[in-house]
Design a protein around this ligand. Structure first.
Ligand code: FES
Length: 170
């Protein structure tokens, strides 16, 4: 480990108890490339599932940019997440077609079953729920997605079954 990397790690280690090895590997990969901030942040998110605060400061130190610049990028692009997310991302479509067909009731069912609402994650990091705009499957409204799987004509009862199915999975 170079002295610079060690110094950067020492400065951020008080922020969060997190293993920075993966973040350092991502930074090492892109450090000499112009315009490396986006690929570094994408790589860090891929490695951790979100962008831990300590990695923001590590990247700032090692790429010689202000942490505030990095936070600017992170808050501008919806693809980045600053908090841990669930293994299963439940997206509840709240577009017009789904809304008129009872998407609100589906959202309520998720709150009731998992105790989480929009943009929240269960404590066991298994589920994150998000309300989203039209996902382009209006013919099957109301619709939810769990990761890449789409569930159309969903009802409160079916929502419960879908959640139980994923609960039973690792
Ligand atoms: S409004 Fe829900 S899929 Fe289009």
């Amino acid at each position: 480990m170079t002295e610079n990397v060690q110094q950067a790690e020492e400065q951020v280690e008080e922020l969060e108890e997190i293993d920075l090895t993966a973040a350092n590997e991502v930074i090492d990969k892109y450090i000499d490339i112009h315009g490396n901030l986006m690929p570094v942040l994408q790589g860090i998110q891929e490695a951790y599932g979100y962008i831990p605060e300590a990695t923001v400061h590590l990247a700032a130190e090692r790429l010689n940019v202000y942490a505030s610049q990095i936070y600017g990028v992170l808050t501008f692009y919806a693809q980045f997440h600053l908090k841990p997310r669930g293994k299963y991302i439940i997206r509840v479509c709240m577009g017009t077609a789904c809304h008129v067909k009872g998407a609100g009731r589906i959202g309520d069912a998720i709150v009731e079953r998992l105790g989480i609402s929009h943009a929240e994650t269960t404590e066991d990091l298994k589920f994150t729920a998000e309300y989203v705009a039209c996902i382009g499957a209006c013919g099957m409204a109301p619709v939810i997605m769990v990761n890449d799987a789409t569930y159309g004509s969903i009802t409160v009862q079916k929502t419960a079954e879908v959640i139980e199915k994923y609960k039973a999975m690792d």
